[in-house]
Each structure stands twice: as structure tokens, then as C-alpha cells.
Design a protein around this ligand. Sequence first.
Ligand code: MSP
Length: 512
Amino acid sequence: MTPAFYVTTPIYYVNDVPHIGHAYTTLAADVLARYYRQREFRVHFQTGTDEHGQKMQRAAAERGISPLELADRNSASFQELWRRMNIRYDDFIRTTEPRHEQGVAALYRQMAAQGDIYLGEYEDWYCVPDETFYTELQLKDGKCPMCRRPVEKIKEESYFFRMSKYQERLLRHLNEHPEFVQPESRRREIMSFAASGLRDLSISRISFTWGIPAPDNPSHVIYVWLDALANYITALGYPDLEADRFQTFWPAAVHLIGKDILRHHAVYWPCFLMSVGLPLPKTIFAHGWWTHEGEKMSKSLGNFVDPLQMIERYGLDQFRFFLLREVPFGLDGDFSEDALRRRINSDLANDLGNLLSRTAGMVTKYLDGYLPAPGPLEKLDQELREAGEETLARVDQAFALYDFHQALDLIWTLVNKTNKYVDSSAPWTLAKDPGKKDRLGTVLFCAAETLRLIALLIAPFMPAAAGKMRDQLGLPDPSGQIPWSEACRWGALPPGTRMHKGPALFPRLEEK
Ligand code: MSP
């Protein structure tokens, strides 16, 4: 059986329209999913929208529409953005779907059956934008410690989940599974949070109604984070543990999230799962946050980067590349159009685009477009071949660590090596000497073959550009047919392949 790979994004709040932060997590998930599909894993990539809660109820009221109308509208904008970004998910779950609501109610009942839920009174602070409870001590200058917005005092009857009961088990799991929370700095953060003592968690509210009613006491709605986190299993068929999807894909390989929602994923979620006896996801990876030209993006500043606008201005694959190339995945980063333009001109137009167009140009000019079978490989050719093989292996290691930045760095090292290879082998000089015809064929074959590997490597990041490269290389559409073990073998480019020079892969942008 081929291995399974289940990757998720957070499900996004639909009180507003999507921005670059949402695009970032979903893009990373798409790249992972494409990467492992290419390597013939059974992949399941799930995303969706988080539609309940007090924030939604308020946002809808402000607009004078029902929460469901608002959810319908904005859930559709997320789906539209994913379509425009060439995001290929396998499932999109909305928390207002019956399959989800039933799953959440079942989860709640099971937690109760374990004796893990009791009725009490919650008296402390709540941040509505983050839908998160805080103690007085956790507040920063009386505001939400995460988003710095004002918090509200709550005093109401509430059901509680006995999270404290799972503290020791969670700590043990964190200790025994260093891959559970990544990057390492985030794992340490969660270890110290858990070690400082887990309090029981309020998991129901009575002061508003937009949520899933608590079974047995419908005057309570289930806390939106319990509701939302459950999506990772309800969409697989939970509570039916025999469901095909559940059997194949749970536990998840990785939940990709932003650093702001780490505690919910790395503390609450595992404790819920332990309560009902389900295995924990293998990894929770928290990425950093984007600022925009040095400033935090916020509604009040109105400076959110709109992904659609960037795609229109610079092209989709350019934007996809930039987001994962510019900043290591676990760190914060800054978005600016200047930086994006620089990357497009240097990495894409100069390095990769140029390599393809000069290779295709020479094959057309010197060889009538046809790539011959290569002759014996000389030292330079051999080195290029080894660089290609080594890049494949090292990119695989980078992917295992969710290090997209490193993967792209390795791929570009190969691009630059290939450019140097062409420079040092000087096909234009070989072409002048009829006695060097075979050598010329070998050199251009080696360059084209490495370009074929590069197209495979960039495909998860830039699917359309990879397709255009394959087209210029004269290769058939990769959809299926060629098994990965064959595709990734150096030398698999069939002799007699006809290359042609197409339009520039990435048009150069005017210097500002
Ligand atoms: N609904 C919850 C998630 C529930 S998952 C069971 C939620 N939604 S959200 O829409 O507010 O945010 C979703 C994701 O967007 C988070 O991972 C968050 O980190 C990410 N980002 C929001 N702003 C961001 C940046 N400025 N930069 C990078 N990612 C950011 O939280």
C-alpha cells in the first residue's frame, strides 16, 4: 500500500474576506499535497470555513443579515480565491454542514461519556475576535495578549472540559515526540505553557445562539473552537471510525496553522482527542506571520495584502513562488511589492526563464529541435547529473521538515549550476566545429534533462510554469502515466524529443 498523507489548513473565519495570511497557509498545504501526490502517496488535502461563534453573529448583525447569509457569501469568496490560486483540495468543509454538526455533537457526547464534561460557571475574560478565553493574569495591559484588542468580561453558566486531567499525558507526548509541534521554538513554547498548568476549559456559551447546541442542554451552544477543531475528523466521517476516509487518513500527517492558533491546536485539540481515545496528529506546524512593508496588517490600517490583486499584477505562479521563497516557513516575514518584483526578475526571469529559453533556443538552432541520445558523459556532465540526483534527495529531506524555503533554495542552486554548466560547456563554440556535433548533442541533452528534473521539482510550487516548461521541452502532459520512480531517474528524457522555444516563461518586469 502506498503511504497516506493527510494535510489540513485551519478552517477560516468567514466574518470577512480572505487576505494574504489565509492564502499563505492554504498555498503551503497545496504545495505539500501536490508534492506527495507526485510521489504517489494517497493524499487528502482538506480546508474549509469556520462559520459559528459570537464574532460571526455580531458581524452578521452589523450588516443586517443572518449569520448563514454572511457565511454563504464569504465561504464562497474563499472558494473563489482557491480556484484562482490553483489550489487543489480534496475536501472543503463548512461547519454549518450537517455532516459536521452531527460529528461535533457526537464528539461532545463521547467526551461527556468519559466523565470529562461538567457544569460550572465561567468568570473571566474573552477575546471575541480570537474567540479565546483568557485569565486576568494572561492579559497584556488589560488587552488580548494575542491580538491586543479589547477583551470582554464574561460571567455565565458554562460546561467545562476537564483539560487538567490530560496535562501529564500531553507533556509526556510532547517529550516523546519531538516532531509533534514544529518548529522547535514552538514546541518549547507549548511545553512551558503545558508545564505551567492546564486549567479546565470552558466549552459552551449561553449568551448567544449561533453555534451547535450542546446535546442534552440546547440553551448552551458548543464553544466555537471545539466545534472548529473537530472539522479535522468530522470531514473524514467521524464518529464512524470505520469510514473509509477515517481509516485511511487519520491521524493526520500535519495540521498547518499560523503561530497565533498554536495553543488551540497543540493543547486543546490533543486533549479532546485523548479524551475520546483517538490517536493524535503526527505534526502541528505553526508558520510565522506576514507584515506589510514593515507594518502589522489590520482592519484599522486597511493594509491587508489582497492576493487577487497581486495575482493580477504579477501572475499566479510568481506570487506562489514568492510567498514560499522569501521567508522560512516558521518565521515572520515582510511582504512588499518591491521584494516580489526583485524575486521575479532575478530568480524567475534571469535564472530559470533564461536557462530554459537559451537551452530551447540552441536545441532549435543547432539541432533542428531534436535532442539526440547523449554520448559518453564527461566530468562536467557527470557533475551536473550528480547535482540533479542530489537535489532530488535533499529536496525530499527539506519537505519532510516542511522547509519550503530550503527546498526552493536547493532547486535554485541546481538552476544556477545548470546555467554555469552551459556557460562552461559553451555549446555555441562546439556548434562551430562539425567534428564536435556529438559533444554538442550531449551537452544540450544534459542541460535539457536537468531542466526536465527542475520542472518536476518546481511543479508543486508553480504548476502552470512547470507545465509550460514541459511543453517547451517537448514532454507530454505529466498527468499520470509515468511512474515517479521512472520520472525522477536522470536520463529518462527520451532521445528524439523535440524541443521548441516558446514565449518567456516569466516576463521581466521593468525596473521601477
Ligand atoms: N477559524 C480559526 C481557525 C480554526 S482551525 C480549527 C481562525 N481563522 S482565521 O481566519 O482567523 O485565521 C486562519 C489562519 O490565517 C491562521 O493560521 C492565521 O495564522 C493565518 N493568518 C492570519 N493573518 C496572518 C498573517 N498576517 N500572516 C500569516 N498568516 C496569518 O483562526
